[in-house]
Write a protein that binds this ligand. Structure first.
Ligand SMILES: Nc1ncnc2c1ncn2[C@@H]1O[C@H](COP(=O)(O)OP(=O)(O)OP(=O)(O)O)[C@@H](O)[C@H]1O
Ligand SMILES: [Mg+2]
Length: 180
């Protein structure tokens, strides 16, 4: 029940953003210099309360101040973490690393499980991109599209590396870090 409700909420957000994008609205940002960690922790908390049987390991090193849209980064992160739990192997932990570096923000989510086929990788960030044979599963295939649009709106991007060891999505936003 909880998982369905959680996914439905997410799905509605994604569809609304998709429609807005098509209507030319784009993604507008409300930047804030508040610490990002609580927003990320809230997403982890929400998904932990739904995926009680799963292990989510987090490493946060967000000492420097940056200016991002917290709600949008939380939405992006929720899509990536939700994917790791939904599409990753159930018997492997999901690892979250968020850090500020000299160049900006880096946020990665990795999971175990079968690697994403090369043919699917090319289209992964396009709307309605679920690979073949998956059409009957719950999602619409909008999550990564919306997430990548949020990354782009921040001047960043999301990259994916998928091997038999792990599938890892990494958000990188190059930015001038603000003085403390
Ligand atoms: N962490 C992951 N591990 C393995 N496969 C993944 C992962 N994330 C995404 N994928 C693959 O990429 C596809 C597209 O992901 P995307 O988030 O855009 O859509 P979805 O999860 O299927 O549906 P939605 O996010 O709209 O509910 C997924 O259907 C899945 O096949
Ligand atoms: Mg998804």
């Amino acid at each position: 029940m909880l998982k369905s409700v959680d996914r439905m909420g997410n799905l509605v957000d994604n569809v609304m953003d998709f429609a807005r994008g098509r209507l030319g609205g784009g993604i507008t940002l409300q930047l804030s210099n508040e610490p990002l960690q609580p927003a990320l922790e809230q997403v982890v908390g929400e998904l932990r309360s739904v995926w009680t049987e799963r292990e989510i390991v987090t490493h946060f090193a967000l000492e420097r101040t940056l200016s991002v849209d917290h709600k949008r980064i939380a939405q992006l992160f929720s899509n990536l973490l939700g994917n790791a739990l939904t599409h990753g192997s159930a018997d492997r932990p999901v690892l979250v690393i968020a850090a500020t570096s000299d160049t900006g923000l880096e946020l990665s989510v990795s999971n175990g499980g079968k690697p994403i086929p090369d043919s699917a990788l090319e289209k992964l960030f396009q709307p309605f991109s679920r690979h073949h044979g998956q059409e009957r599963t719950e999602g619409l295939g909008l999550g990564l599209y919306i997430a990548s649009r949020i990354a782009e709106a921040h001047g960043g991007r999301i990259d994916v590396v998928s091997t038999p060891q792990e599938t890892r999505f990494t958000l990188r936003i190059p930015m001038a870090l603000l003085p403390e």
